[in-house]
Design a protein around this ligand. Structure first.
Ligand code: MLT
Length: 222
């Protein structure tokens, strides 16, 4: 595996697209966003499973919480430093725009796949930088912030993979995030799983199928 690179203060890995043909060329780039304590290598194997052949962009969170990388500061579990979140959301969005240019994939849609803290900043990207993401898979996300006015996310597909027995995220919070995104015009699929905060095989299978029906239609109907 290649070493991490650095751009606009973000350490990251980029895996180029593989495969030939028009459908491969129009496949989105996946923006992979790890959970607290993860890093830029964490989600690469999952990215390859989720949308085979897609280019992968995987940054490391720029905050260190006692050595654990995160994408923004928190004051306590589930209590976010909103000022820091806003600033780092814009910094991450600027990084994504620069990175897709650097790696020659700026013509592709960018779809975020985030887990936990990574899902929370992906939700914040949707809410604060509409137009950046063509869609998102949010595993174990909660409401990161509530912007006013709400952005226009008309038709943006979002898969929310939620867990009924998640000790970190009240079910109400997930419902509120779904409502916020729907009110913004996003096309939200909220899927509940009888499990906890950890990611499961079901989450991955579900997300792969959801991505395939939206972004590899040409091949899946063959
Ligand atoms: C967060 O801080 O983003 C959420 O509480 C999830 C986590 O990272 O534990």
């Amino acid at each position: 595996m290649q070493d991490s690179s650095e751009l606009l203060g973000h350490r990251y890995r980029f895996v180029p697209a593989t495969g030939a043909g028009q459908s491969a060329a129009s496949r989105p780039a996946l923006l992979l966003l790890h959970g607290t304590g993860g890093d830029e290598a964490d989600l690469l194997p999952l990215g390859e499973l989720l949308l085979p052949g897609a280019p992968l962009l995987s940054p490391r969170g720029t905050v260190s919480e006692h050595g654990a990388p995160r994408f923004f500061r928190r004051l306590a579990p589930g209590v976010f430093d909103v000022e820091d979140l806003v600033q780092r959301t814009h910094a991450l969005a600027d990084f994504v725009q620069a990175a897709v240019e650097r790696h020659g994939v700026a013509d592709r849609p960018v779809v975020a796949v985030g887990y936990s803290n990574g899902a929370n900043i992906a939700a914040s990207l949707l809410l604060l930088r509409p137009g950046l993401l063509a869609g998102a898979v949010l595993w174990r996300a909660m409401v990161p912030l509530e912007p006013e006015p709400l952005p226009d996310l008309t038709g943006t597909p979002v898969l929310l993979g939620a867990a009924r027995f998640d000790p970190l995220i009240p079910n109400d919070d997930v419902e509120r995030l779904a409502a916020l995104l729907r009110e913004s015009g996003a096309s939200v699929a909220l899927r509940w799983h009888d499990t906890g905060h950890g990611l499961t095989q079901d989450d991955v299978r579900e997300a792969a199928a959801w991505l395939a029906t939206r972004w590899t239609e040409e091949e899946s109907t063959r």
